[in-house]
Design a protein around this ligand. Structure first.
Ligand code: COA
Length: 425
């Protein structure tokens, strides 16, 4: 099977998480992703959160599959020369340096566009133009500034960040879409363009239902929020709503059998209006099907606490998988709270390649998340992340067509660090 992005060359000047998630996606779809790293150190994540001494961390390996690595000191004259050769050779330059860093290396959009008019320059920054545009940003800063933290957690608790990396990986996803859109546009115009994604904007895009609620507040209380049923007045901004469903069908996380000792013995339960009758039968409250205080979604809103307490009395008699099986018989939307341990062992996720085992020369076998986007006519297997500078020699010779003498000269200049030829695996 061919790969959808075969033939596309990416100059991957990304580090940490946001940029690497983007280029990893492109690599999974078949793009040739050439990761440029600083000699000696490389992407800082190689050495962060290490679980094994002197081995690339899982942080790094799980974000940099299917790529090639070249080491290059972009601040030396020879390094700059190689970098510009890469700019002329590649279709896309992806970077997520701090604001201004790329320009300080001499890589302004004007110069890039002049050197290679077809090149697309894709950048992640923490903020778009405005008062914070010069700021360095990490995941949780974006979650806070993008509206996620103020709307996550419980009403009477402090703002919370979420474990889903919506600031980094979320922005990487947005950027990848921007890149393939620009590649498509290039087929019409013949020209590259700039693609900019700010982490704040990406988080906000993922939090749009909360901006929806902000505007609804002008016209009355948010009746599907638990707080409404509890008689607690709303303030002037979208409140934190615990585990209330963000949509029009009320839902909660409920205890299941074993909750006393298992921190994940819980089930998300949605009281979808269409299946109210079977819900009443299952929980032993058949009278609620016709009782005017419970029969319609609107009538139920002030009683959500009572209703979910009653449903929980039922879920607590079953383990989360049992409850899921029973409820699914009646198309009642629900989902078990799965731990990472349970997900790692999930047969279906392994079958579809969403959870994959990867072999790494210094780490051994480890588990990672494969491509969650499945194309029917484009394969997408996961190959291990590169060792630091593993492909330096190969890229200089076969991609950039340097002669033996030129490669020696580059190596001796110190611009590429040590050139390693890794034996074929
Ligand atoms: N050769 C020589 N120098 C290199 C190099 C190379 N191959 N690769 C990077 N550098 C240099 C840069 O030119 C820069 O130097 P300068 O500041 O003297 O111009 C320097 O390394 C550091 O880059 P910077 O991006 O500032 O790294 P940092 O570790 O200080 O900050 C972030 C990290 C993530 C906070 C910052 O990059 C950032 O805000 N990025 C945008 C938002 C983002 O993506 N955040 C999420 C990350 S998951």
């Amino acid at each position: 099977m061919s790969k959808a992005l075969e033939g596309v060359k990416i100059l991957d000047f990304t580090h940490v998480q946001s940029g690497p998630t983007c280029t990893q996606l492109l690599a999974w779809f078949g793009a040739d992703v050439i990761k440029v790293e600083r000699p000696g150190a490389g992407d800082a994540t190689r050495a962060q959160l290490q679980d094994l001494p002197d081995v690339d961390s899982l942080y790094f390996t799980m974000l940099n599959h299917n790529k090639r690595s070249i080491t290059l000191d972009s601040k030396t004259p020879k390094g700059k020369e190689v970098l510009w050769r890469l700019v002329k050779e590649c279709d896309v330059l992806v970077e997520n340096f701090a604001p201004g860093a790329l320009a300080r290396m001499g890589l302004t959009w004007e110069k890039i566009h002049e050197a290679n008019p077809r090149m697309i320059l894709a950048s992640v920054k923490g903020f778009g133009p405005g008062r914070y545009e010069e700021c360095k940003v990490y995941e949780n800063v974006a979650q806070c500034a993008g509206g996620s933290a103020s709307t996550t957690g419980f009403r009477d608790g402090i703002p919370m960040v979420t474990g889903a990396q919506i600031g980094d990986s979320g922005t990487g996803l947005h950027l990848a879409l921007g890149i393939v859109t620009a590649l498509f546009h290039r087929t019409v115009t013949g020209l590259g363009q700039k693609v900019d994604c700010a982490m704040q904007d990406s988080v906000l895009n993922l939090c749009r239902v909360k901006l929806r609620d902000q505007q609804r507040l002008d016209h009355g209380p948010l009746t599907e929020y638990s707080q409404f049923g509890e008689g607690i007045p709303f303030g002037d901004s979208t409140p934190r709503a615990g585990n209330d469903s963000g949509g029009g069908q009320p839902g909660r996380i409920l205890k299941c059998k074993g909750w006393e000792h298992d921190p994940n013995a819980y089930l998300y339960f949605i009281t979808q209006a269409a299946v109210w009758a079977p819900i009443c039968d299952i929980i032993g409250e058949p009278g609620w099907k016709t009782d005017p205080g419970y029969a319609t979604p609107k009538a139920r809103l002030p009683h959500l606490n009572e209703i979910f307490t009653r449903i929980e009395a039922w879920t607590m008699k079953h383990d989360k998988f049992e409850a899921m099986d029973i409820l699914n018989e009646y198309d009642i939307p629900c989902g078990p709270i799965l731990s990472m341990k349970e997900i790692a062992a999930d047969e279906s996720l392994r079958k579809t390649g969403t959870i994959v085992e990867v072999e790494h020369p210094t780490r051994g076998t480890y588990l990672t998340v494969g491509n969650p986007i499945k194309l029917s006519a484009s394969s997408s297997e996961v190959t291990r992340s590169p060792l630091l500078g593993e492909h330096t020699d190969e890229i200089l010779r076969s991609v950039l067509k340097y002669t033996d003498a030129e490669v020696d000269e580059i190596a001796h200049s110190g611009a590429v660090g040590r050139i390693e030829k890794i034996a074929a695996e």
